[in-house]
Design a protein around this ligand. Sequence first.
Ligand SMILES: O=c1[nH]cnc2c1ncn2[C@@H]1O[C@H](CO)[C@@H](O)[C@H]1O
Ligand SMILES: [Zn+2]
Length: 432
Amino acid sequence: MADIIIKNAYVLTMDPEKGDLKNGTVVIEDGKITEIGEKTDESADTVIDAKHSVVMPGLVNTHTHAAMTLFRGYADDLQLADWLEGHIWPVEAKLTAEDVYKGSLLACLEMIRSGTTAFADMYFYMDETAKAVEISGLRASLCHGLIELWNEEKGETDLKEGKRFVRAWQGAAEGRIKTMYGPHAPNTCSEEFLAKVREEASRDRAGIHIHLLETEAELLAMKERYGKCSVHLLEDIGFFGPDVLAAHCVWLSDGDIEILRKRGVNVSHNVISNMKLASGIAPVHKMLEKGVNVSLGTDGCASNNNLDLFEEMKIAALLHKVNTFSPTALPARQVLEMGTVNGAKALGMEAGMLKVGKKADLIVVDMKKPHLTPCFDVHSHLVYSARGSDVRTTIVDGKVLMDDYRVLAFDEQKVLEETQKAAEELIARANA
Ligand SMILES: O=c1[nH]cnc2c1ncn2[C@@H]1O[C@H](CO)[C@@H](O)[C@H]1O
Ligand SMILES: [Zn+2]
């Protein structure tokens, strides 16, 4: 007997060998996909009728700061340095562990509702984010943000906490939580510190999540300090490898792209954050052409201002078209790959594709909506017309987290009320 059967669905497998099934069935047992086909002889405790719906792999958000939902809409329309140093960091200084728990739980709620099944996060009080992930049922790769700022003592304290976190949570929540090291960026951490982080990560067999060449200011500061850009600096200290997740990568030269490709570095493209903070346009089409693994991230809610990866897919597809003056750049299918397969690869997760043996991390998208009618091409609809709010059912690790728009993991109203209150109190403390 299986656990869940999803029937009567348009099955978008994202598996190039299998393709799509117009009217198919997906069988789930023990957290994994055990069967995909036209029909099944199995029976199950839970049968989901997915008529007029698409079943697809859950989306993977490869760069966010979940608890920053607390700052949603708090500081908009500012220069990045002013935004971060003048507005966000002063409020972050007043954050408590409880705030981070509430903000993270709200983020998990938003992700469950908008079809994200896994995410990569870098922040502080990460035990709290891990607890929120544990309760919500999502999958995540988490790290404590290390912001050394050339202060040896702070570097040591941060690294110690980063290590404690890596060891405490690796493989937790029945394997749904992975941990990484999170040096903030090459222009906020010294060369020596970055080398030390690399060493510790290798020792612990944990990956590394870092912001990389997000702004031109970073590029200029690096050239001034080291006479080379961030990518060359990291290459020279042996930092790169397929376990590195680099967020943004906006200001890359062709030579930098070649280094990232050669080292198998995973790049998280955070198109909305880059547009909102006017950081620039990442050379995504070039990276994809060269074979770099590029996935999608929302970044935190202070620079987005939501966690809806459907929006991210659409805007990525559009921006790179206008930027290259080529309407054939980043077609819908490729953008779907970025949101699913590539994301799962970046986080080293056996998901991102509906295939027998893969983790049962999947979503059901309701296609019986005015903005999704008529439907000629499901891929096109998912990228150009659908929204996160069209997701009706979210399943992670074979567990139903949202069933036909009803969130089961926790009390949704309570999360909304408590986070609103926590955010108001936090801002009041910061302004006191
Ligand atoms: O786009 C960004 N660029 C640089 N830093 C960021 C961005 N978004 C969030 N943070 C900051 O990164 C730290 C995570 O540990 C936090 O201080 C967060 O505010
Ligand atoms: Zn970020």
